[in-house]
Design a protein. Sequence first.
Length: 180
Amino acid sequence: MKKTAHNQQAFTLLELLLTAGITALLMMAVTSLFITFLLTATKNRLSQNVRETGTSAMQKMTELLRNANSINSTCTTGGAEMEVLELIGHDGLTTTLSQIDDKIASSSAENGVYYLSNNENGEDVDNVGYLQDLTFTCYDTELGPKYVEINFIISTSTTATANSPTSSSLDFHSGISLRN
């Protein structure tokens, strides 16, 4: 008589179900981490674009104001808040800083309208440029040079929510004393 070996090993249904369940949980965790990573990277990119746009616009306005010969807009000792600031540049021409089409605009008779909240080539920055609450506060100081505070908010959308992964919003504030 021949002896046959019937030592066949196989997985039971319970073992297969348990393995499939654990694998599914691990895949959901990995997918969740990947989606979180993508959303965080998107939010960081948007925040960086907003920061660069606002900083660039603030630097351009600061340079214009520091080099201005005078300010045509009304300044008071208590501070006059306005949405439009008119100044006389070092070239003797009048330049107006204001909000036009949700952007910070520099308008002059010679150069037309130039948007300060665009990139250095004058092009719109992707998903950036919704300007809110641009205000200038002009102070007439006793020592001579006028002092101007600039405040504005730039966001990626008109309805930016604080924790939204698809939008970003930053406040910008600065103060400048005129040299002249």
